[in-house]
Design a protein around this ligand. Structure first.
Ligand code: MN
Ligand code: MN
Length: 297
């Protein structure tokens, strides 16, 4: 991998780490989730990066893909278990980092520790030649050791230029795959632990979208939104909050409806633990080299 690209990943990682620290600091009882999202996303820009996706704020049995809508009223409450998942890119090179915090209580300390320790163990063995099942086994064992269950249908993943999810898939259980990590792979490892059955299902539509195919449309608002996506987000996820500056009010709703109808954009589902179990997550991004670089540490 070119030194220049490694530097971009490192810069994205450093910004992501700082942005996550701010998110953790702001996530307190009675604070609005949208306030945290906006401040963290602005901080990323201030530090010279771009948000690679909207800040994911997933509470309790929601595992992933929740971000506040425009004027969202969601407020953090005592006892909430909050997964904060930050994505930053520098010229398309992505850092992905997440942490779980508990609001005002200590009921889920063990669950939080389970995903964090699983991540630490996985990072220790992530190098060229390690199989993805070896990583999965380490994650699974560590989580089970704490008396919890890994979420089997959520996994870590590779990242690439303007691609937030690419191969290889990094399982959170021993999937018996012999696929090996290679020098130059950039991967996010993200163990999810739960006291539920260990599976997520699609809940309602989320506020997170991604460009599918830039299809032609006659609708003016839809065209304006597509232009903005092509200019700013390309193939990375985005949300309506981010497009308010270019298209206002009802036009924004109409444009999104049209783009969904013609399948120009994909709307992610909120992912929820099937048995309503509580969920913790921890995540870092690492460049697989002889001396691996954890860019988000
Ligand atoms: Mn993430
Ligand atoms: Mn990830």
């Amino acid at each position: 991998m070119k030194e220049e690209i490694i530097e971009k990943y490192k810069k994205a990682g450093k910004i992501a780490k700082e942005a996550l620290e701010l998110a953790v600091e702001l996530t307190k009882e009675n604070v609005k989730a949208i306030e945290v999202a906006e401040k963290v996303e602005n901080k990323i820009i201030e530090l010279g990066g771009k948000p690679a996706w909207p800040l994911n704020i997933s509470i309790n049995s929601i595992a992933a893909h929740w971000t506040p809508k425009i004027n969202d009223e969601t407020v953090f409450k005592e006892g909430d278990l909050v997964k904060l998942d930050v994505g930053v890119h520098v010229d398309g090179f992505i850092a992905d980092i997440a942490k779980t915090v508990e609001i005002g209580t200590n009921n889920w300390e063990k669950l939080i520790r389970a995903s964090e320790e699983a991540l630490e163990e996985a990072l220790k063995i992530a190098k060229p030649g390690t199989t993805i099942s070896e990583i999965g086994a380490v994650v699974e064992n560590k989580i089970k050791e704490h008396g919890f269950v890994p979420i089997a249908n959520l996994s870590g993943h590779g990242v690439d230029e303007y691609e937030n999810h690419t191969s290889p898939t990094i399982p959170n259980f021993d999937n018996k795959s012999n696929q090996k990590l290679k020098e130059g792979d950039v991967i996010a490892i993200e163990p999810f632990a739960t006291d539920g059955v260990g599976k997520v299902i699609d809940a309602k539509n989320s506020e997170i979208y991604k460009l599918e195919v830039p299809k032609p449309t006659r609708q003016r608002m839809a065209r304006k939104i597509l232009e903005q996506i092509a200019k700013e987000h390309l193939t990375l996820p985005f949300c309506k909050r981010w497009l308010q500056k270019s298209v206002k009010g009802f036009g924004l709703e109409m444009g999104f409806r049209e783009l969904k109808r013609i399948e120009a954009i994909h709307n992610f589902s909120v992912l929820k633990e099937e048995s309503d179990g509580m969920v913790s997550q921890a995540e870092h991004t690492i460049i697989i080299l002889d001396e691996p670089i954890i860019i988000t540490k």
